[in-house]
Design a protein around this ligand. Sequence first.
Ligand code: SF4
Length: 341
Amino acid sequence: MEKGWNGLPYYSISDRYKNVFGAKVYKIPVAVVDDCPNRLGLKGMQTCSFCDVWGSAARSEAFDLPLTGQIHKYRAHIKEKFKASQFLVYFQAYTNSFAKIADLEKNFEEALACGDDISGFVIGTRPDCLSLSLFKLWQKYHELKYVSVELGLQSFFDDDLEFFRRGHKNAESLHALKRIKELTSVDLGIHLIFGSPFETDERVKQSALICNDLPITNVKLHNLHVLKNTALEPLYHKSEFTPISLEIYSRRVQIFLENLRPDIAIHRLSAFSSRFDELVAPSWTSNKMGTHQAIIDHLRRESSYQSRYYQPKTDNEALEIQKMAHQGLPKARPESSLNLL
Ligand code: SF4
């Protein structure tokens, strides 16, 4: 068996959940809001350039059901498929703080009433849609169960944020993380997108170094892809935007991971377009497992692993990295049989 972080060259979110809960925990994605400040055009905002009509979430037919129905339907499916016994309800689509506090609270109560196997919530939102009452609400439920908040920062660089049409700047992102950390003890994660036209290898390294100084425990990585009916689509057709190849994306993931703290867990290595008819480019993003495997193969060929170049700040960090090296790095595999580049 290959060694490392459970056979992977990085610390995965499922390993982190095992450390937090002592067991494997599965996420149940649900949709309870159907809008966000960008889509409504508040304060002159525009829909993010990459975002489709589904609010950047994997679409499930269960989303048409009330919350309880969504939880029951998805839970039954993953219980049967993975023999799962613990779940986190994942409020993913759109901006899950863009609603009345009373409605958000009602949703949390409804989710918890679905059974003792609901271990907590994961809440996706953005850095400029927060309030003190929201922090109080999150903290209240974090004291009852587990609450993790994922902020869609997407980039630490203002030119990227402008290109993505996020409507907030990096300073707001960093301030939001600081405030959440000061006023709550929820688990904090961020989302980043690689592949903007301004991106360089050096910037990706900088992004990892910035993450290392943030109060976060997890990161979700996306590649910038073009979907139909998004602002990126016409730019792509006019050759004003070209998505990066899987080869370049894999190298950027490598650089990011090699400079990242060992205790920051990674949700996934790339985005995946589940709605094939909506994907414009690049085609490699439609092959979920193939893309994941191609990135892993790339990391193995480069004998690469998370924290390879990270300068440990504590003895524990140094030990964790040493353990990786002493256990033996994951072995390099021959070129992937999937020709996805
Ligand atoms: S990515 Fe999020 S914030 Fe941006 S338009 Fe889509 S739902 Fe709104």
